[in-house]
Write a protein that binds this ligand. Structure first.
Ligand code: CDP
Length: 647
């Protein structure tokens, strides 16, 4: 593929290599490096995952063809799988099998790779673990979660099933200590685990808005300074029906807090709940809101296995014991040569091919994965969740000279996501024809012509109308018979992999145009990684004097630099330059074409008031969103990135 060939030649930056060395290169038992180049990593992942194809064919050429496509996607960094796949593919296996040239690799070699997989080869990033309202079930969940986190997965839980604090416990005559006390147990367990030996663990706690302990939950991270209280948790309040809740707020209605396993009942004002959520979110960013009712509306198996929580960063709703492996296409690299989002583009088949191979890769990961629990393996293989998303959106917009906070950019985002969703679903249908439907297909909503996302109105744009029509035809036609994966699209934060790809993360605007990022290496030393956005460097060209560079590094944004022309300022916006409502609208248009969800933070300026935060929360209840996370600048003391002036 033409565009892959161009990027295969480009080596990762110095920053990317530093991260690879610290976290991703395989090591032996004594800590000696077994790898030293990106090429070796790409080959290892491609071969490990392609080995899953032995389940479908004995034709060695077909397997090699898959490996070659996977290798090109990864080596070019046009597509990267989630971190656990990069850490764990090929781990603890015979190195010689991965050193052989592809020409010399035999069917036996692929079979050996497939058969020698062990618990170390856990490849997924996202899990949801259920718990029952009993002591032994809670501690089983702690153990299950610890195993998942140890190998690099993030875990979400619905704590709503636990009875509220102070409820009676039959048998002991005692009183329950409530969900929040148990969250601390999970937090402590997580604090002892270094995921995949390389990074800190991450968890999501969900609680229903009408659980009697909801205020304790909302307050549970109130005193968070970033490193003390429940610091291995993100917390989200589940409001099943956001429009009904909004009506309750407008009518200043009462809300009854109750739980089926408890006699505790409290009546509160819905507005008091909303105000508390908003106040705390203003202070620390937590809690977020989650709309699981909307998730289930667009989930093809909700009638049998409704989703109950999301993974830690909120982009992947899952049923109990669900798992999902993610992968992201770097659209910033592709926009240089492709007219993405345009349904009449002459090179559209090339994009379709990239998406096909990315979907096939993720589908193969389901087979080549080793699951931490048999319950997880069972549902993951019955429904076959995969999450293909994108990274590099902000850099793509810089290259296309579209300000992130403009109507034009939003149309591009919508068309691009529609195109990604359409081709991903077409690929999943093609794979189903060759490999069979996901086993639960007949019980799912797909045979009835179900479309797993809301879509935007036809009227807003001619191209959107074309994508909508293609999507409708697909889901009313072939998709009623063939679907390999229950869900296909998720947009991850890509916090680490976007650095490996030297691109902007996920669908977020760039947080800063330049920064010094401190990474703590395994020895515990803080290593500075400095960065200035290369697209901006190129745009300013020979006018980029050393003095100007220093000023950009100092400020992180260019909005207050007089010597930079206004046209450039308009395009090169950062998270904090973008009004919160434009963050929200970006999330809205993108979410309109996602069957799973996306990771997105609504950044707000430090000066925002509690009322400003409330306005965003209220707007989120109205739009077709599946959740909301806000962050007010400076509200939490440990920001990951800082411009140099703040260091
Ligand atoms: O870039 P990378 O693949 O490392 O991860 P990401 O896109 O930032 O995060 C994707 C998902 O990985 C998160 O939603 C979590 O489920 C999981 N994750 C985790 O478990 N622990 C972390 N420290 C970071 C991410």
């Amino acid at each position: 593929m033409r565009v892959l060939n161009k990027w295969i030649q480009k080596e990762p930056s110095k920053n990317a290599i530093t991260i690879l060395k610290d976290r991703y290169f395989l090591k032996d038992g004594e800590g000696n490096y077994l790898e030293s180049t990106w090429d070796e990593v790409a080959k290892r992942i491609a071969r490990h995952v392609a080995a899953a194809e032995v389940n479908y064919t004995n034709d060695i050429e077909e397997i090699k063809n898959a490996e070659e496509h996977f290798y090109q996607l990864i080596k070019s960094r046009i597509f990267l799988p989630n971190s656990p796949t990069i850490f764990n593919a090929g781990k603890t296996m015979d190195r010689q099998l991965f050193k052989k040239d592809i020409e010399e690799t035999t069917l036996e070699d692929y079979k050996t790779i497939f058969d020698s997989r062990t618990k170390h080869n856990m490849l997924s990033a996202c899990f949801v673990i259920p718990m029952d309202d009993s002591m032994s079930a809670i501690f089983d969940a702690v153990k299950n979660a610890a195993l998942i986190m140890k190998y690099g997965g993030g875990v979400g839980y619905d704590f709503s099933v636990l009875r509220p604090k102070g409820s009676s416990i039959a048998g002991t005559g005692g009183k329950s200590s409530g969900p929040i006390s148990f969250m601390h147990v999970f937090n402590t367990a997580a604090s002892t685990i270094e995921q995949g030996g390389a990074r800190r663990a991450a968890q999501m706690a969900v609680l229903r808005y009408d659980h009697p302990d909801v205020f304790d939950f909302i307050n549970s991270k109130k005193d968070n300074k970033g490193n003390n209280v429940l610091n291995y948790f993100n917390i989200s309040v589940n409001i099943d029906n956001p429009k009904e809740f909004k009506k309750m707020l407008e009518e200043d209605g009462d809300l009854t807090l109750e739980h089926p396993a408890s006699s505790i009942r409290k009546t509160i004002k819905a507005n008091d709940l909303m105000n508390k959520m908003v106040e705390n979110a203003w202070k620390t960013g937590d809690p977020g809101m989650l709309f699981l009712g909307r998730h289930n509306q667009y989930y093809a198996m909700s009638e049998h296995t409704p989703v109950t929580a999301t993974n830690p960063c909120g982009e992947e709703p899952l049923p109990p014991f669900g798992s999902c492996n993610l992968g992201s296409i770097d659209v910033a690299k592709l926009v240089e040569d492709m007219d993405l989002g345009n349904p009449n583009s002459p090179d559209i088949s090339e994009f379709q091919e990239i998406v096909y191979w990315a979907v096939r890769f993720l589908d193969d990961v389901i087979e080549s994965n080793i699951y931490p629990l048999k319950e997880i393996e069972e549902i993951s293989k019955k429904q076959r969740f995969i999450g293909l998303g994108m990274m590099g959106l902000a850099d793509a917009l810089y290259k296309k000279e579209l300000p992130y906070n403009s109507e034009q950019a939003r149309k591009f985002m919508a068309k691009l996501t529609a195109e990604l969703a359409y081709f991903s679903h077409v690929a999943s249908t093609e794979l189903a024809k060759e490999r069979g439907n996901f086993p639960d297909f007949q019980r799912s909503k797909y045979p009835n012509g179900f479309i797993p996302f809301p879509m935007l109105d036809d009227e807003i744009d001619e191209d959107i109308k074309v994508w909508n029509e293609k999507i409708r035809q697909h889901f009313q036609g072939e998709a009623t018979k063939y679907k390999r994966n229950v869900q296909t699209n998720t947009i991850a934060p890509t916090g680490s992999i976007s650095n490996l790809a030297d691109t902007s993360s996920g669908i977020e605007p760039n947080f800063l145009l330049s920064y010094v990022r401190y990474m703590t290496n395994k020895e515990g030393d803080r290593v500075p990684l400095s960065y200035i956005n290369p697209i901006l460097m190129e745009k300013i060209g020979t006018n980029m004097t050393e003095e100007l560079k220093a000023e950009i590094i100092e400020k992180g944004s260019i909005q207050n630099i007089d010597s930079i022309p206004n046209e450039i300022k308009k395009i090169f916006v950062t998270s904090m330059d973008i009004p919160p409502k434009d963050h929200l609208l970006a999330q809205h248009v993108i979410q309109s074409y996602l069957d799973a969800s996306c990771s997105k933070t609504i950044n707000m300026p430090k000066s925002s008031t509690i009322e400003d935060v409330k306005a965003i929360y209220l707007q989120a209840l109205e739009l077709n969103l599946k959740g909301l996370t806000i962050y007010r600048d400076g509200s939490l003391e440990t920001q990951v990135l800082t411009s140099s002036s703040q260091e």
